[in-house]
Design a binder for this molecule. Sequence first.
Ligand SMILES: [Mg+2]
Length: 197
Amino acid sequence: MNIAVDLDDTLNHYIDHLLTFFEHHLGKKHHLTKQDFLHRHLHQCLGISKKEFDFFFNKFQMDAFMHEMQPHPDAKEVLPKLAQHHDLFIITGRLEPHTWEVEDWLKKHFPGIFKKVLIAKNPYYNSNDHLKTKEEYCKELEISLFIDDDPNFALDVAQEGFQVLMIEQPWNKKTKHKNIVHVKNWHDIAAHINHEK
Ligand SMILES: [Mg+2]
């Protein structure tokens, strides 16, 4: 089947990486952890203004440090096996100018696993507004299963009738929909897919 996979915090430890960079940016220790991210308005989670956040976030995205982000070890283990039987696509809300960085990172950690990388409209940043939404890509690619951690993306796609697996994170624990199944990790995802076969 055709499976769509999100990138940040689905394949990698994005928020943990962002918190480490935030510490460098502040020049002092903070006491935030991923557990403080109970929703996706990141500036509020970090306790800074939207303007300060935009400046910081731009630096974060442009920094070479981005390339050091590590994938989930269980994703590295499970995805090559899934790719033998299914067609896998990345659908990410990463900002469009950073497409090549996404492709580079995937080449390094998941070589040959994904058929295509699609950059989608992102409800949190208007610079991707000209692009298709994740649910539009799901229709176009005839996706049977969508995997994401973000409550807004997951709900938008689930409401269009697609089956969604959502990797549990502090910000999505309360998200509920009849088409959304919460999973703990990539081993759970593999078990779910193998059970469906
Ligand atoms: Mg994500």
